[in-house]
Design a protein around this ligand. Structure first.
Ligand code: 13P
Length: 246
């Protein structure tokens, strides 16, 4: 099944109003790359500004997290509905940094993915094993467990991002064979869950994607795009990665 690639940038806790200059460059570059979809997830403070800037372009804007509830006494948290209201069309949920620094469980991630659907946002659900799990030969089992616990039942319209924790921000990446094995496993699991369109769900690879390794990582079977951290902060690098889909 043909799946349209998605090239997504997770800016994490980086970016000020002046960073709009990079977004403007990304918007311009994306217009000449018609074979992929684009998503930039800036910090929440920039979502409205970026959404206004990217309006009508090929670049969608997303949040990096949301709370499951639509509103209420949850100081400092942001609802999926608020991101939608600010102009977002997607939200990352279950990033390993949220799981690690905020103790998010699979059940919490699933509730956030459900909130995204409720608000009309595309959920980008992140999974990935730790170094210890990979070294113990438990990478597939760990990711399978996260998938089962984090994806809402019957979810058909989400994106899964495979981000091995040990590859994030380290410059270290899995081999192409490891990526093929993991993405094939995730695909099988999606189909086996009875997700009717399991074949249609895009599975992104994330973790130290750079212009130099993009082709090897992104042309592997069942890799339908990238979730890019550090390299997405520079428009030139982000677009050089996306050029794999030229
Ligand atoms: P890096 O590309 O900086 O390794 O980050 C990956 C990531 O966590 C994207 O969500």
């Amino acid at each position: 099944m043909a799946r349209r690639p998605l090239v997504a940038g997770n800016w994490k806790m980086n970016g000020l109003k002046a960073s709009a200059a990079e977004l403007t460059k990304i918007v311009a570059g994306a217009s000449s790359l018609p074979n992929a979809d684009f998503l930039i997830c800036p910090p929440a403070t920039l979502v409205a500004q970026f959404a206004a800037l990217a309006k009508g372009s090929r670049v969608a804007i997303g949040g990096q997290d949301c709370r499951a509830e639509p509103s209420g006494a949850f100081t400092g948290d942001i609802a999926a509905e608020m991101l939608k209201d600010a102009g977002a069309s997607a939200v990352i949920v279950g990033h390993s940094e949220r799981r690690r620094y905020h103790g998010e469980t699979d059940a919490a991630v699933r509730a956030k993915a459900q909130a995204a659907r409720r608000a009309g946002l595309l959920a980008v659900v992140c999974v990935g094993e730790s170094r210890a799990e990979r070294d113990a030969g438990q990478a597939l089992a760990a990711v399978g467990k996260q998938l089962d616990g984090s994806l809402p039942d019957g979810e058909t319209d989400c994106v899964v991002a495979y981000e091995p924790v040990w590859a994030i921000g380290t410059g270290v990446t899995p081999t192409q064979d490891d990526v093929i094995a993991m993405h094939g496993f995730i695909r099988e699991r999606l189909v086996a869950r009875g997700v009717a369109s399991g074949q249609g769900v895009r599975i992104l690879y994330g973790g130290s994607v750079k212009p130099a390794n993009a082709r090897e990582l992104l042309t592997a079977a069942n890799v339908d795009g990238a979730l890019i951290g550090g390299a997405s902060l520079k428009a030139d690098d982000f677009l050089a990665i996306a050029a794999v889909y030229r």
